[in-house]
Write a protein that binds this ligand. Structure first.
Ligand SMILES: N[C@H](CCC[C@H](N)C(=O)O)C(=O)O
Length: 278
């Protein structure tokens, strides 16, 4: 089944974007596995399809490279905002996107007619265990709890941005074997829907260094929802201010936890190439 696509990334977290208003794909989960394969396919962390919406400007569905569907994705939200504007699907610089995590609102910020950054209202963080989700009392926050992995205790904080995140603060991030421990935490019994895993080194009150093992994708260069969850966890644990720069393998995101309790993420989006999948 042939379809046109465009290849984008947000700080190296890369996606195949398909305009589902014009292109037909029968099985998104299966197609995501195929197109994300870096040897036999296009190669990406995920497949994202733009669809019509009755409640927003567009609907966005996100599929990880393992074929699983995610509730939300921060980095691709910035790419979609540019895509629909530059491909003429809208003349709006600020749009609403319907996702499984609710309505997300990206805005293209121009300075002297040049695109400067893309700022996304990511909605409110979910801080109760049940929303994480994580086993235990639904109304409790998951802050500074102990998770046992291979007989070793790790202190974690759980935050959901519509998708689940397990955050661990470490003194030296270079010493983490992300592929080993990330995979074990992703599939830990404490997380019925599995989880994204972020390791964080606090540099100071306004700067964090974070590396991520993503649910359904493994180690990626960046994770937008993960950066938002990381800032929230850092504030909950008294480590940073409510606005900080999160430095990822692929670059930096500015994250703010606003007085309206919404999380705002600012960063870039880049279109790399276009093509036809045969
Ligand atoms: N792997 C994630 C989805 C992609 C999120 C990430 N790429 C982002 O930028 O937020 C999950 O299954 O929840």
């Amino acid at each position: 089944m042939k379809f046109n696509f465009s290849k984008w990334h947000g700080l190296g977290n890369d996606f195949v974007i398909v305009n589902g208003l014009e292109e037909k794909i029968n099985n998104y989960n299966e197609m995501a596995i195929q197109v994300c394969d870096r040897y036999f396919g296009i190669g990406a962390d995920g497949l994202v399809v733009i669809l019509p919406s009755a409640v927003a400007d567009f609907q966005m569905r996100i599929f990880n490279s393992d074929g699983s569907e995610a509730e939300m994705c921060g980095n691709v939200t910035r790419c979609i905002a540019r895509y629909v504007f530059e491909y003429g699907l809208t003349d709006k610089k600020k749009i609403t996107l319907e996702t499984k995590a609710g309505l997300i609102k990206p805005e293209l910020i121009f300075i002297d007619d040049v695109l400067s950054t893309i700022r996304v209202d990511m909605g409110e963080p979910r801080l109760k265990r049940g929303e994480l989700p994580m086993v235990g009392n639904e109304d409790e926050q998951v802050v500074d709890e102990v998770l046992e992995i291979d007989g070793t205790e790790h202190r974690i904080t759980g935050v959901s941005m519509g998708n689940p995140h397990c955050i661990l603060f470490v003194d030296d991030i270079t010493g983490i074997n992300l592929s080993d421990i990330g995979a074990k935490i992703e599939t830990h019994a404490a997380f019925p829907k599995k989880t994204n895993v972020e390791f964080v080194q606090v540099l100071n009150k306004q700067n964090l260094r974070m590396r991520v093992w993503e649910r359904g994708a493994g180690v990626t260069m960046a994770c937008g929802t993960g950066a938002c969850a990381t800032l929230v966890a850092a504030v909950l644990n008294g480590k940073t201010d409510r606005q900080a720069t999160v430095e990822l393998d692929g670059g930096q995101l500015l994250i703010e936890w606003g007085p309206d309790n919404h999380i705002y993420m600012s960063g870039p989006a880049v279109e790399v190439f276009r093509g036809t999948y045969l």
